[in-house]
Write a protein that binds this ligand. Structure first.
Ligand SMILES: O=C(O)CCCC[C@@H]1SC[C@@H]2NC(=O)N[C@@H]21
Length: 243
């Protein structure tokens, strides 16, 4: 797939974090850009957690100017996770092995294979993407009850390389980004839901403050998780989901 027109591409051997490098590079960038590192020494995950990137895994950040209000810009986590889903399908030939977990994890045969962290830097948005291509942390390294981490190599026996993975992901992302800009979130949401894990099943959403258990009914047009609970429909804007 050709590299998408208008996007920068920067590849580093080792960085503290591609998110941090994106923030440092911002003043020099002319347009949206992808920043890849073959190793990260101080990577961060969602909710202040660490993220491990040994060599062989994929770590990249897409940085772009934020033109919408923050709530709309944050919907790009769905654009990015859908692009990841499509890239996995294209690179492995096994799309049905993958599923999407709200808000933006990708699962491979039920285990977490990729995560996304969105950050705002002034009027820019950075979308950090980590994929366990070769290595996955041990189950004891993640929160109790969390989905077990897995790698593409461990589950499918395929040894994918980070740079070609970036080329496919950047192309898939650019197609979806232009769809998002033209048609808004609705088609992205529909496509995302078509690959959602545990839709129609009972799940638990846990935030810093509370825990809600209910049937995973929908993701609304604001990207909120909609659970049907004994007390009625509950919309959740930020939480971790447990199965
Ligand atoms: O907690 C999660 O699931 C999100 C993990 C995001 C990790 C990626 S790796 C590339 C980018 N750089 C970072 O420091 N974090 C993100």
């Amino acid at each position: 797939m050709p590299w998408p027109v208008g996007y920068g591409r920067f590849v580093f051997d080792s960085l503290d974090s591609t998110l941090s490098e994106a923030a440092r590079m911002l003043p020099t960038l002319q347009g949206p850009a992808w920043i890849l590192a073959h190793e990260q020494t101080a990577a961060r995950g969602r909710r202040g957690r660490d993220w491990s990137t040994p060599r062989g895994n994929f770590a990249a950040t897409l940085v772009m100017r934020r033109v919408e209000v923050p709530g709309v810009a944050a919907l790009r986590s769905f654009v990015a996770s859908l692009a990841l889903y499509r890239s996995f399908g294209a690179m492995t030939g096994q799309p049905d092995a993958f599923a999407l977990k709200w808000p933006n994890d990708v699962l491979l045969q039920g285990g977490k294979v990729a995560g996304i962290l969105l950050e705002s830097v002034g009027d820019h948005l950075t979308i950090g993407i980590g994929v366990n291509l070769r290595h996955a942390p041990g189950a004891h390294e993640v929160e109790a009850g969390a989905v077990t981490p897995v790698s593409v190599a461990g589950v499918l026996g395929l040894e994918l390389e980070a740079a070609p993975f970036l080329d496919v992901l950047a192309a898939e992302y650019a197609v979806l980004e232009s769809q998002f800009q033209t048609h808004g979130f609705a088609p992205i949401r529909r496509a995302w839901l078509a690959h959602a894990a545990r839709l129609g099943e009972v799940i638990t959403a846990r935030s810093m403050r509370d825990e809600t258990r209910g049937i995973f009914e929908d993701v609304d047009l604001q990207g909120s998780l909609v659970l049907a609970t004994p007390k009625g429909r509950v919309k959740i804007t930020a939480a971790d989901v447990f199965f």
